[in-house]
Design a protein around this ligand. Structure first.
Ligand SMILES: [Zn+2]
Ligand SMILES: [Zn+2]
Length: 196
């Protein structure tokens, strides 16, 4: 079996320090997990969901994206194109998988990140559209909240977020929102009037 990224470099069976058996490339240090090897790992590593919080928690180790990460590749076992799934880490990267024979390819360092996050027993989730969509939504919401805190300060930002939740659940929430928008429009008109 040859490395899908370096070609003509043979993959060699290696046991990594954490105990997983992989097919490793001596040149790029990427590794292939066959379906059987991965399933053996899963026996002792139950599925854990990679939430947006888990992927963006403070103090995560830096990951230097491999120069191979952007390269499309063929499965070393069945020669089909590997599908790619983005892992929304602070230093994002793509995990690869063969949908045919169900092996996984990790470029250098990617497995360590996934293992550090505790999600190495549930790599399928990154190829699940619904999970990816949920992560994107959570990331967008987190960014919006961070911007609000930056612009308004934490106290007012929290009040606004609480109010937004209250109004979302209230049957006449629209009425209150319309009032706020009207009020804001009036205030900005008055500001413009003062400037002139
Ligand atoms: Zn390689
Ligand atoms: Zn394959």
């Amino acid at each position: 079996m040859d490395c899908p990224k370096c070609h003509q470099t043979a993959l060699l069976e290696t046991t990594r320090p954490e105990g997983v058996v992989v097919q490793q490339c001596s040149e790029c240090e990427g590794h292939w997990l066959t379906k059987v090897q991965y399933e053996q790992w899963q026996v002792t590593h139950p599925p854990q969901v990679a939430t947006a919080e888990c992927l963006s928690q403070p103090g995560l180790p830096r990951h230097t994206t491999s120069f191979n990460d952007a390269k499309a590749a063929l499965c070393p076992e069945c020669r089909r194109y590997l599908s790619r799934a983005k892992v929304h880490y602070p230093d994002p990267f793509f995990l690869e998988r063969c949908n045919e024979c169900e092996g996984y390819w990790c470029d250098r360092g990617e497995w360590d990140v996934l293992n550090h996050l505790g999600v190495s027993g549930f790599l399928e989730q990154f190829f699940d559209q619904e999970h990816q969509m949920k992560l994107r939504e959570q990331n967008a919401a987190n960014r919006e909240q961070a911007q609000m805190v930056e612009k308004l300060g934490p106290a007012l930002a929290n009040q606004i977020m609480e109010l937004a939740d209250v109004l979302a659940d209230h049957p006449a929430g629209d009425y209150a929102l319309a009032y706020l928008v009207r009020k804001a429009a009036q205030t900005s008109e008055m500001r413009e009037f003062r400037v002139q």
